[in-house]
Design a binder for this molecule. Structure first.
Ligand code: GLY
Length: 273
C-alpha cells in the first residue's frame, strides 16, 4: 500500500492524489487487524504522504480508532512524519482544468473546449486484504477520495464497516467506488455478515451490490435506464481462503496473490453497461 501511496504518478491515493475543490489533497485511510479486532483510521488528513501508516499508528499507539483533519496531521507529525505538499504539478493541472471548466459564470476562464476536451471527474481507491498461514486476517484501504470534493468530505475508505471490515472468525471485505453508496449500505460489514451466515464470497458481494442498486432511487444518481450512474466494487476474502470481487457493472478485475505470481481475475457483476 505504501508503495502506491508514495508514487506521484498514481492519482488515486497518497502523494499525487487528486485534490479537493480548493486544490488541497485530503486523504482517507483505515486498517483493521483480525486477531485483535482492533482498527485505526485517519480521515481528511493533509500534508502526510502515507495515510495508511498513520492509520496503523492510530491502531497501535492510541486508545482511539479514528483521527480526523488537523488532529490526524498533528498526530502524524508527533510520530516523526514529514509535512509535505502532496499536490503534484500533474494533479494541479488536472484540478485547474476542472476548476476553469466548472462554470461560465465565474472569473476562472478556460482555454477553448476544443483544445482541452472533456475532463471526467475521476475517483480511485485501493483496498488490500491479507490472510497469513496462521489463518490471521488483516486489511487496509487508502484513497485521496472523490476528486474535487467539498473540503472535509469523507468517503467510505476511513470508515470501519464501510470501506473495510475484518472479522478473524469469518473473513474480510474492502470497497472501492462511490463512497456515499458504500457508507449508506454499510457495505463491507454486511458482506462479512453474509459470509458469517454461510454465503460464499461471490454471493455475499452480489447481495450487497443488489442492495446498493435498490437503495439508489435519487434521479440525480440514475442513468437514462434508471440504473446507478456510478460504480461500486466489493472485494471479499473468506477465512478459508476463498475470495471474490464484485462490481455493479461488467468489466472490472481484481489482483490476487496466493504465493508466486500475482494474477488478475474478473469481478462478478450485476449489470451490463
Ligand atoms: N471510495 C472512495 C471514496 O468514495 O472516497
Amino acid at each position: 500500500m505504501n508503495i502506491v501511496e508514495a508514487d506521484p504518478k498514481d492519482m488515486s491515493v497518497g502523494y499525487g492524489g487528486l485534490p479537493n475543490e480548493d486544490g488541497i489533497v485530503e486523504l482517507d485511510s483505515c486498517c483493521m487487524h483480525g486477531p485483535s479486532s482492533n482498527a485505526g483510521s485517519v480521515a481528511s488528513i493533509r500534508d502526510i504522504k502515507l495515510p495508511s501508516r498513520v492509520a496503523q499508528l492510530v491502531l497501535k499507539r492510541t486508545d482511539h480508532v479514528m483521527l480526523v483533519g488537523e488532529g490526524a496531521r498533528r498526530f502524524a507529525l508527533a510520530h516523526g512524519m514529514k509535512a509535505e505538499n502532496l499536490l503534484t504539478d500533474a494533479a494541479r493541472r488536472k484540478w485547474l482544468k476542472w476548476k476553469e471548466n466548472l462554470s461560465d459564470k465565474d472569473d476562472w476562464l478556460s482555454p477553448k473546449e476544443a483544445e482541452t476536451g472533456h475532463e471526467a471527474r475521476p475517483t480511485g481507491t485501493i483496498t488490500c486484504l491479507g490472510l497469513n498461514p496462521a489463518g490471521e486476517l488483516s486489511g487496509v484501504t487508502s484513497t485521496s477520495g472523490l476528486a474535487y470534493k467539498i473540503p472535509g468530505r469523507i468517503g467510505d475508505s476511513p470508515i470501519i464497516g464501510a470501506g473495510l471490515y475484518v472479522d478473524n472468525d469469518v473473513g474480510a471485505c474492502g470497497a472501492t467506488g462511490r463512497g456515499e453508496a458504500v457508507i449508506i449500505s454499510c457495505g463491507s460489514r454486511i458482506v462479512v455478515e453474509n459470509m458469517r451466515h454461510g454465503m460464499s464470497p461471490e454471493a455475499a458481494v452480489k447481495d450487497v451490490l443488489k442492495r446498493i442498486v435498490k437503495q439508489t432511487v435519487d434521479p440525480r444518481l440514475l442513468d437514462k435506464k434508471g440504473r446507478p450512474d456510478f460504480e461500486v466494487v466489493l472485494y471479499a476474502l473468506h477465512k478459508d481462503g476463498r475470495h471474490a470481487a464484485g462490481s455493479i457493472y461488467k468489466g472490472r478485475q481484481y489482483a490476487v496473490n496466493e504465493g508466486g505470481e500475482s494474477k488478475l481475475l474478473d469481478c462478478v457483476h450485476l449489470l451490463d453497461r
